[in-house]
Design a protein around this ligand. Structure first.
Ligand code: NAD
Ligand code: UDP
Length: 401
């Protein structure tokens, strides 16, 4: 106990000492700059201790003094070890959604100050409920197609419906969200000098003619099909990211996410993993679109969040594929789900929606080499967690009130 207390006191003292030293150095630096700006030879004034600063300050005519800048306020908090430190302020757009809420859990557990922005189009407040009263957390109900004024250091820009059922529900809104939403967030990043990460998608490759998909591949997208509101929206969002980077020096990161699944997907989400699990738990036939030979590569949400945070905090701007390179046909996925949730289940074929990509598998060489990242959770293990989540979710929601 005594040793712990003295360590805390030592850390406190060390922190104070470092702060004093930094303040002193900053004052000396500013002083030098002022002297140079009014033509005072630097050598004429000794590197003065902080206490002599006022007299030299007085020697500089007020009119030639640079306007006092507003001191950049750094929020200092005490963490569990009672050590003072600078807190990273992070904005997550689309934070009430499936990926956004997992990302918020990660950022909150890492000690960040988090602002979640969401218009609840395809997300739900219950996904972030546990943080609502936390002093480092703030939720703003806001549509990213409108400008936003907050002060942040990093922006994870996820806001956009990701399931075909949702993004095709209001395609014009989907385009506005990708285009205007990304413009607004880039404007915010530019003003705050914040780093911004866009969650782009494997859909930028369309129905790919290169397999597996490498980042250099430009894609095969139908610009007027029923998926293009999403695909082309994300492609222009990527263009905006790179133009703001080239023209305005905005610090960007672009992740191309491949099909990701896990707890907190909506029951009525419409994406294949949640559809199959819900159908299996209900003892219904699994709806396989087309003959089920089309492929996807499924990434578990924990791996995805690790990939996104690695990209945000490393020096590579992307675009970088973040996904699991193990490829399955949709029929194989149906069998894997039935094995876990309804071994006597059957599949039922339905028409294949137009422009449904025939195959999809990421080449993750870049993520492996540049981020040191690769997925760890296999399909069976990830599906087990997801099936359990839906079972628990239903058990809670079926309880009498
Ligand atoms: P999701 O639909 O669960 O989450 C999106 C969130 O954005 C929702 O909470 C929704 O309410 C919010 N939103 C939508 N439009 C908005 C607007 N105009 N203003 C404010 N909030 C808005 O989807 P997700 O799976 O969590 O996907 C998150 C991001 O990742 C999306 O940008 C998506 O394109 C991208 N992505 C996801 C996958 C995947 O497999 N999950 C694959 C590729 C890309
Ligand atoms: N799919 C299916 N049954 C469903 C839902 C989807 O067979 O109930 C198919 C869909 O046609 C596609 C694949 O599963 O080939 C993945 O669909 P999802 O909507 O999850 O994602 P995306 O097509 O955007 O990759």
């Amino acid at each position: 106990m005594g040793a712990e207390a003295s360590t805390e006191a030592d850390e406190e003292a060390e922190y104070e000492r470092l702060t004093r030293e930094r303040t002193k150095k900053r004052r000396q630096r500013k002083l030098k700059e002022k002297q140079q700006s009014v033509g005072v030879p630097v050598a004429a004034v000794p590197a003065a201790p902080a206490s002599t600063a006022p007299s030299i300050r007085a020697a500089v005519p007020t009119s030639t003094r640079p306007k006092a800048k507003m001191a950049q306020k750094q929020k200092i908090v005490l963490n569990e070890g009672n050590v003072k430190r600078r807190v990273l302020r992070v904005l997550v757009t689309g934070g009430c959604g499936f990926l956004g809420s997992h990302l918020i859990d990660r950022l909150m557990n890492d000690g960040c100050d988090v602002i979640c922005v969401d218009n609840l189009f395809s997300g739900q407040k219950c996904n972030i409920q546990k943080w609502m009263r936390h002093p480092r957390f703030e939720y703003i109900r806001h549509d990213v197609t409108e400008p936003l004024f907050v002060e942040v250091d990093q922006i994870y820009h996820l806001a956009c419906p990701a399931s075909p059922v949702f993004y095709q529900n209001n395609p014009i809104k989907t385009i506005k969200t990708s285009v205007l939403g990304t413009l607004n967030m880039l404007g915010l990043a530019k003003r705050c000098k914040a780093r911004i990460l866009l969650t782009s998608t494997s859909e930028v490759y369309g129905d790919p003619e290169v397999h597996p998909q490498v980042e250099e591949y430009w894609g095969n997208v139908n610009p007027i099909g029923i998926r293009s509101c999403y695909d082309e929206g994300k492609r222009i969002a990527e263009t905006l990211m790179f133009e703001y980077h080239r023209q305005n020096n905005v610090d960007i990161r672009v992740a191309r996410i491949f099909n990701t699944y896990g707890p907190r997907m909506l029951e009525n989400d419409g994406r294949v993993v949640s559809n199959f699990i819900i159908q299996a738990l209900d003892g219904k036939n699994l709806t396989v679109y087309g003959d089920g030979s089309q492929t996807r590569s499924f990434c578990f949400v924990d791996d995805q969040i690790e990939g996104l945070t690695s990209l945000m905090n490393r020096g590579h701007i992307g675009p970088i594929n973040i996904g699991n390179p193990h490829e399955y046909t949709i029929l194989q996925l149906a069998q894997a789900v039935m094995k876990l949730a309804n071994p006597d289940g059957k599949v039922e074929h339905r028409p294949l929606p137009s422009d449904d990509p025939k195959k999809r598998k990421p080449d993750i060489t870049k993520a492996r080499t540049l981020l040191g990242w690769e997925p760890k959770v296999g399909l069976e293990e990830g599906l087990k967690h997801t099936v359990q989540y839906f079972k628990d979710f239903r058990a809670i929601h079926e309880e009498p009130i």
